[in-house]
Design a protein around this ligand. Structure first.
Ligand SMILES: C[S@@+](CC[C@H](N)C(=O)[O-])C[C@H]1O[C@@H](n2cnc3c(N)ncnc32)[C@H](O)[C@@H]1O
Length: 184
C-alpha cells in the first residue's frame, strides 16, 4: 500500500530556502489524518437518522473502516479495495468487501447501490500525482450514480462530481487536506 504521507500539491510547491514556513512531512501526515478524522466525525452527525449504505473506498490497513464501524453501529459499510492488507481484526466480512480495481468495481456497484449511498469516504491517494489524477477521474466518474440525494462524499483527493458540490469544511479542518462534497 502506498498511501499519501504528504500532500503532493505541497511537494510541487517545495520548501522555501529557510524551510521554516512549510510544514514538515511529519506535519503533513498529521494534518491529513487530523482533517480525515474531523471530517469523518462531522459526517457521522450529518447522516444520523438517514438510512442507506456507507461506502469506504480504500480499505488499506482498515483504520478508517474501523473508525466508521465504531461510530456507525448497525450501518451497512461496504468496503472497496483491490487487495486485503489490513489489520486482521479490521477485515470486513465477505458480504461487505468488494475486491477488485475501482475502475471495475465502482461502475458495477451502481446495480447494487445506485442512488442509495448516504456517505462515501474515498481514501485512495498515493504519493504519485499521475496515479492520483487517474484514480480521481475513476472515482469522480463512477460515484455520482451511487449517491443518494444529500449524500456526503469525503475524499483525500479533489473530485469533480457531476451531481455534488463542495461544501465548507467542518470546524477546525485545515484546507486542502481533505475534501468534502454534498450531492444535490
Ligand atoms: C491510503 S490506503 C487506504 C487507507 C485506509 N483508509 C486506512 O485508513 O487504513 C489506499 C488504499 O486504496 C487502494 N487502492 C488504490 N487504488 C486503487 C484502485 N485503483 N483500485 C482498488 N483499490 C485501490 C490501495 O490498495 C490501498 O489499500
Amino acid at each position: 500500500m502506498h498511501e499519501i504521507d504528504e500532500n503532493p500539491r505541497e511537494t510541487a510547491v517545495g520548501r522555501d530556502v529557510a524551510g521554516a514556513s512549510e510544514p514538515t512531512r511529519l506535519e503533513r501526515l498529521l494534518f491529513r489524518l487530523e482533517a480525515q478524522h474531523r471530517c469523518l466525525n462531522w459526517a457521522f452527525g450529518e447522516i444520523a437518522g438517514r438510512s442507506g449504505p456507507v461506502l469506504e473506498l480504500g480499505l488499506g490497513h482498515g483504520r478508517t473502516f474501523d473508525h466508521m464501524r465504531r461510530h456507525l453501529p448497525g450501518r451497512d459499510i461496504f468496503v472497496f479495495d483491490r487487495e486485503i492488507d489490513c489489520f486482521p481484526d479490521c477485515t470486513p466480512d465477505a458480504e461487505h468487501l468488494i475486491l477488485g480495481k475501482l475502475s471495475d468495481t465502482l461502475p458495477e456497484a451502481r446495480y447494487r447501490f445506485g442512488g442509495k449511498a448516504v456517505l462515501v469516504n474515498s481514501d485512495v491517494g498515493t504519493y504519485d500525482e499521475a496515479i492520483n489524477a487517474e484514480i480521481a477521474e475513476v472515482v469522480s466518474g463512477a460515484l455520482p450514480a451511487l449517491l443518494a440525494p444529500g449524500a456526503i462524499v469525503l475524499s483525500d483527493l479533489p473530485l469533480t462530481l457531476s451531481n455534488a458540490k463542495a461544501v465548507p469544511l467542518p470546524h477546525a479542518v485545515r484546507s486542502e487536506r481533505y475534501f468534502v462534497y454534498r450531492s444535490l
